[in-house]
Every structure is written in C-alpha cells, then in structure tokens.
Design a protein. Sequence first.
Length: 186
Amino acid sequence: MQYTWNDIEQYIAVCTQCPLSQTRNRPVMGRGSHEAAIMLIAEAPGGQEDQQGLPFVGRSGEILDRLLQDCGLDRDQIYITNILKCHPPGNRDPKEVEKEACFPYLKYETFLLNPKIIVCLGRVAAQRIISPDYKITRQHGTWICRKHCALTATYHPSAILRDPSKYDEAKQDFCEIVRKWDELQG
Ligand code: URA
C-alpha cells in the first residue's frame, strides 16, 4: 500500500515513537510544494516552530528566506523538512534513537516528492543523509549523485545567525543549487 501526503501528516500528528512526543507542543511536518524539484532537509524544529507547528518560522527562517530570495527562489518552489519532526528541548542535538524513530517519515516524504536535488542544511542533516563523517566547513557546496538525485549541503541558517560571515558562502551554495537545477531541467 502506498501512503499519501495526508497519511504521513496524520501519522506525524499523533506520533509517539520517541520520548520527544511527551515534550513537544506540536509536531512539525515538512512544508512547501509537493511538486518541488528541490528538497531542503534541516535538523529539528526550534522553539518557535514547536509553538506554530511549521518549519523555519523563527529567526533562522528569516535567514533562510533571505538566502532563497538572494538566489531568486521562494518557499513555494521548494519543499522544506527536518530529520526530526519534534523539537528537542533546549535545542540540543538530536539523539540517535530520535533520528532512527523519525527517519521513516523523512523516507516517505522523499519517496513521495522524488526530488532532483536534496540540500542538507547543517552538519546534523549532512551527516545523517550524505555521510557520517561529513565536515560542513570543508565540504559544503560539494555535490554527490545518488539514485538520480544530486545531493549537497550548506550551513544551517542558525550557524549563520551565530556567525554572519558564513552568509556569503551559503549564498554562493544556494546560487549554485539554482544553477544545478537549471542544468538538470536542460
Ligand atoms: N531549525 C531547524 O533545523 N529546523 C527548523 O524548522 C527551524 C530551525
């Protein structure tokens, strides 16, 4: 049987697969176009996302929107999701058990979307999706190809909030993502 977007959303809404279900306010499902060629995968919802049940609505969302806008993209053209659908208290790194419990949802989102490009935002996503020893500072902006999908990573917007000098490098990565998308469209 094949699940639909609606099914996945319903499962996430009542998920109790890990202890974060006891501390979350609202689970945060991915958001954006279900036709998008570009999928952004970040780490986990922050505090404001936990309140609103939407990804990237806080300060890091503002940085993300600026990056997208600077490269001629907007959120309606892409799909944004997280490895974890629930907020880890205190914004700590996701635990291994939490990532494993949540991974089937991400797999299903990826299956349904079938993106041409996957962009990992930050170390946690890059190490889970691209390679466990991924070094974001050294490897961001590089590409690999897997099952007809191009994968890359760039800095997490919250890393840019902590160190604004990373903005230009992330912007270059995003502009390269748009270039790759144009190239893939022929
Ligand atoms: N940080 C993330 O990794 N994801 C969000 O949705 C918001 C902040």
